[in-house]
Design a binder for this molecule. Structure first.
Ligand code: C5J
Length: 216
């Protein structure tokens, strides 16, 4: 069974039982002109993850291992959006890439470079965590997945929420530092530290070249 150098200690995994989770690599978060940038964020902090994630996806596909993509967004009538989230503005409004974070809109979909391949699972989630109000738990159960390699954006929001949810459900999570991104460099640094602190309080942290070396 492969074991790789990680923080706070080696991460051991059975590839066939390990899914790659790609969180919210959506145009509205990553592209210049999108929702994220309209909030004053520096999207280059996120787009640097596209290249390593693309290489990781290629390797995961070549190995025939499970891949699950997620997208944060809402039904066109916004009936699945809590009033508190709506009140903060943006959701459902007209943005540069269509209605912001509404399913079916251009901006809601995944960036071209990381488009899901035929047959890959895409989980649409209304919240920050990928388990809340989704079918993810059943999907993982059916696939026989016990560990997750977690990537995507943003580190301190949807990645953290999902890793915490997964940890509470008994999944070991490896978060890849170069394949997760935050608009805020400080949040990226501290967000990763928080995962592996206290003996791996809710996960492990490594980088994608280290994982790729173990797969080859
Ligand atoms: C945010 C996310 N930041 N995917 N969503 O609203 O992290």
């Amino acid at each position: 069974m492969p074991s790789i150098n990680a923080l706070p200690n080696p991460f051991t995994f059975e590839p066939a039982e390990t899914a790659l989770l790609v969180i919210d690599m959506q145009r509205d978060f990553l592209l210049p002109g999108g929702f994220g940038e309209s909030l004053g964020n520096d999207v280059s902090q996120l787009s640097r993850t596209i290249e390593p994630l693309s290489a990781l996806l290629a390797a995961w596909r070549a190995a025939g291992l499970p891949i699950i993509h997620t997208r944060e967004g809402h039904l066109p009538d916004l009936s699945d959006c809590p009033p508190s989230k709506l009140a903060r503005g943006g959701i459902g409004e007209k943005g540069a890439f269509g209605r912001i974070l509404v399913r079916g809109e251009y901006g809601h979909d995944i960036v071209d470079e990381l488009a899901p391949a035929e047959g890959e699972i895409v989980v649409d989630k209304p919240g920050k965590g990928a388990f809340y109000a989704t079918e993810l738990a059943e999907i993982l159960e059916k696939l026989g997945v016990t560990k997750l390699v977690v990537t995507g954006v943003t580190t301190e929001v949807c990645v953290h929420t999902t890793v915490r949810e997964a940890n509470d459900r008994g999944y070991d999570c490896l978060v890849l530092s170069d394949c997760v991104g935050s608009y805020f460099p400080e949040f990226q640094r501290v967000g990763l530290q928080m995962i592996a602190a206290q003996g791996g309080i809710f996960g492990w942290v490594a980088d994608s070249p280290t994982l790729l070396a173990a797969l080859s």
